[in-house]
Design a protein around this ligand. Sequence first.
Ligand SMILES: NC(=O)c1ccc[n+]([C@@H]2O[C@H](COP(=O)([O-])OP(=O)(O)OC[C@H]3O[C@@H](n4cnc5c(N)ncnc54)[C@H](O)[C@@H]3O)[C@@H](O)[C@H]2O)c1
Length: 328
Amino acid sequence: MIPLRFLIVGPGGMGAGHVAALQTLPDATLVGVCDVNPEVRQLFTDQGLPAFEKWDDLYASVEADCALINLPHYLYPEAVIAGLERGLHVLKEKPFARNLPDAERMAAAAEATGRVLMVAGQTKFLPAFQKAHELIATGALGNIFLARYSIIYYWGGARENKWSWRGKQELSGGVAIIDSGYHPLDQMQWFRGLPEAVYAVTGKMKAAPGTDYDVDDKAVVTLEYPDGGIGVVTICFVTEPGENHLLLHGTNASLDVQGQCATLLPQEGAAEEFTFAETDALAAEQREFMAAIREHRAPLGAPDHALQVQRVIEAAYQSAETGRRVML
Ligand SMILES: NC(=O)c1ccc[n+]([C@@H]2O[C@H](COP(=O)([O-])OP(=O)(O)OC[C@H]3O[C@@H](n4cnc5c(N)ncnc54)[C@H](O)[C@@H]3O)[C@@H](O)[C@H]2O)c1
């Protein structure tokens, strides 16, 4: 199989993880990068790869099939649309955008150019979560009346006051709900579809006092589904102990998903445990992107799906600001 040629825009930060994952794939090859940080560029020129400061120069100078784009949120529309218009398929880091209009512009560009656009969300590619999706689809849980997801972790930069663009609402669009919360809201969309109402609180107390940010640092988001089921997502990224835990309660069974393990707990009968080996979720995500390109199909994380997640995020922020439930 001829390897797909990748450009990476922003190969520092989270992009470094994508570079490492890409290098494990035999049917992908990295052909060029761009980054504003000269130290990041140097890492690639040392390997003999072309490295530019600007994505326009990268797109114009290096022949490629696709671009993996990992940037501060406010930069996505320009970098993604320019890539699509150059004929590149694009895998971009989550969230889709810092706001719905930016997301819609990128989705429209993908539609107009006919290129694959995929919004990353690697937790969907963890085997225990894939198993959860399969069990739901086969009806093993029955009707899901309650879905609970907690994502809690300690992001070091917060208490060290290294918020940079993340801490500025205008540049990031927020943090707890849109950034850390992207993973659970992405999964909830995948498992349960679009809620009809969203209610959220973010609280006024700072979780990292004495540091400089104007974004949400914790949140509780409740989701009401058209079938009468409900969901609750709890998010904080500046505290410990960490947790990444999904619990679904259905009329036939509950399902507990944590780490590499999914446990099905039927209303009657013995629990069934599915345990998986650790896998590289970023590599799995990249494989899905490449398969979508080769098979001329939409990937998991396509604009249609990511736009719905963005609508929920937008509704959650609106609710947190107004103190009201927002109907979708
Ligand atoms: N999937 C995950 O688990 C996960 C985790 C962390 C971050 N992210 C996402 O990854 C994205 C980037 O986050 P990050 O923490 O890597 O950010 P970052 O601030 O480290 O920036 C990423 C890279 O972009 C480069 N960059 C910044 N401005 C640029 C420009 N104008 N042109 C070219 N390069 C530029 C930076 O130098 C850096 O190398 C965000 O969308 C974030 O939400 C995802």
